[in-house]
Ligand binder design. Structure first.
Ligand SMILES: Cc1cc2nc3c(=O)[nH]c(=O)nc-3n(C[C@H](O)[C@H](O)[C@H](O)COP(=O)(O)OP(=O)(O)OC[C@H]3O[C@@H](n4cnc5c(N)ncnc54)[C@H](O)[C@@H]3O)c2cc1C
Length: 392
């Protein structure tokens, strides 16, 4: 581009920022006009194929991108048992020192591109766009939405699929058409899935739990981790939502364990900590046989109180601003809280017929929570008639 020494790029996305780095490397003055007021990017991931990795190398950002992402060499397809059915190795187009593929979160790629563009000397203007363009023999005169005006040798439209610049230049008949395909994507920390798998493995080996601390690890993995995954999808503003998710997950899992105590015991699974059984004098074979002794009722009373304390902690951790986005979790909380109340109302007798809530009741609970009802004000708070007060 011998006659080009000053370029305006409209849009600071992947294309605009990458172009700015390349132009600066060629010694050309670059300005970027980005309509967003902050350098943020929609928070999902991107896969860099080998040709993109090669482009990263030529822009001098490949090392930073690799450090910020997850390099991999190919694709492997497995069946449900983990047996490899097919492998597709990638091509190392960027040379032996770089991976064939690179997975990156969008914010990570954006940070690398933004830092490299700035370091290369591009001028970045936030919160502005082009209001008017006038092309002459010698240059392009641009008036910006903030009232300023400047001339450039070249203006590049990098303002995305719904480009306003394209409409300004070519009219609105060149618009993208919706194909009918939609995508929802979320970034969820991988460790939550790893924890979940570890928890499921504990079930496979029929693990027994010596103390409540041991059982809490299991509950965290199989239920707290699901809560942590779910809130990334629901969305939250207050970081306390993570404590809410973990405490609620443990509370729900404890209710599950208490409700299914006998059926689980018959399948060889006793989740209640051994130290609790010993303390209250309940033998595992009594659980299998469904023997309802005073000791068993006292044990149940103790475990229900423990579950209740996790509901309490969860409730305290839910910030007002996140109550709406957590409505699905709150519906679960309300249903399980009611289930805990039903166990209590039965005098803690979970042996024999399974404690359950009717579908219409679950429906009404869900509707009430959706309309803003505070589930903590309901059943489980009220002690049943003749509740035993002795504690083990
Ligand atoms: C669900 C999904 C998954 C994808 N996965 C991959 C993948 O795995 N690998 C891959 O290589 N590609 C992937 N893509 C494609 C990739 O995201 C796009 O090719 C890329 O984002 C295009 O970059 P861009 O800079 O042209 O546009 P964008 O990234 O959309 O950037 C446009 C920028 O212009 C700004 N802007 C908009 N209007 C104006 C205006 N009037 N004035 C000033 N600024 C403005 C915007 O705020 C934005 O910053 C995916 C796309 C989608 C939708």
């Amino acid at each position: 581009m011998p006659n080009v020494s000053k370029v305006l790029i409209v849009g600071g996305g992947i294309g605009g920022l990458a172009l700015s780095i390349g132009l600066r490397r060629a010694g050309i003055d670059v300005e970027i006009a980005e309509i967003k007021r902050q350098w943020t990017v929609y928070h999902v991931g991107i896969i860099a194929q080998s040709n993109l990795v090669r482009a990263m190398v030529s822009l001098g950002i490949a090392d930073d991108c690799v450090a910020a992402g997850f390099p991999y060499q190919g694709l492997r397809f497995c069946d449900a048992n983990g047996n490899v059915m097919n492998e597709t190795p990638g091509m190392k187009l960027a040379g032996p020192n770089y991976p064939a593929f690179l997975g990156l979160t969008r914010p990570a790629l954006h940070d690398v591109l933004f830092a490299a563009s700035k370091k290369a000397g591009a001028q970045l203007h936030l919160g502005v766009s082009v209001a008017e363009l006038r092309q002459s023999e010698s240059d392009v005169a641009v008036r910006f939405t903030d009232g300023s005006a400047r001339e450039y040798d070249l203006v590049v439209g990098g303002d995305g699929v719904h480009s306003q610049l394209r409409t300004m230049l070519f009219g609105d008949h060149l618009q993208p058409r919706f194909t009918g395909e939609g995508v929802w994507r979320y970034n969820v920390p991988r460790r939550h899935f790893d924890d979940l798998i570890l928890g499921l493995e504990m079930d496979l080996t029929g693990a027994r739990y010596r103390t409540f601390e041991d059982l809490a690890v299991y509950c965290y993995r199989v239920a707290g981790a699901i809560g942590l995954i779910s809130i990334e999808v629901f969305g939250y503003r207050n970081p306390c939502a993570r404590d809410y998710a973990v405490n609620l997950g443990i509370a729900l899992q404890l209710v599950n364990i208490l409700r299914d105590i006998q059926s689980d015991a018959r399948r060889g699974r006793i989740y209640l900590p051994e130290e609790d059984l010993e303390r209250f004098g309940v033998r595992p074979d009594e659980l299998r046989a469904g023997e309802r002794s005073d000791a068993f009722i006292e044990l149940m009373q103790f475990e229900c109180d423990r579950a209740r304390s996790y509901f309490d902690q969860a409730r305290r951790m839910l910030a007002f601003e996140d109550r709406r986005s957590m409505v699905a979790a709150e519906i679960m909380a309300a249903i399980y809280w009611r289930l805990l109340g039903a166990i209590r109302q039965r005098g803690y007798n979970v042996l024999g017929e399974r404690v359950r809530l009717s579908r219409p009741l679950k429906f009404w609970i869900a509707l009430a929570v959706y309309l803003g009802w505070d589930w903590r004000s309901s059943a489980a708070e009220a002690p049943p008639e003749g509740e035993r007060v002795r504690r083990g």
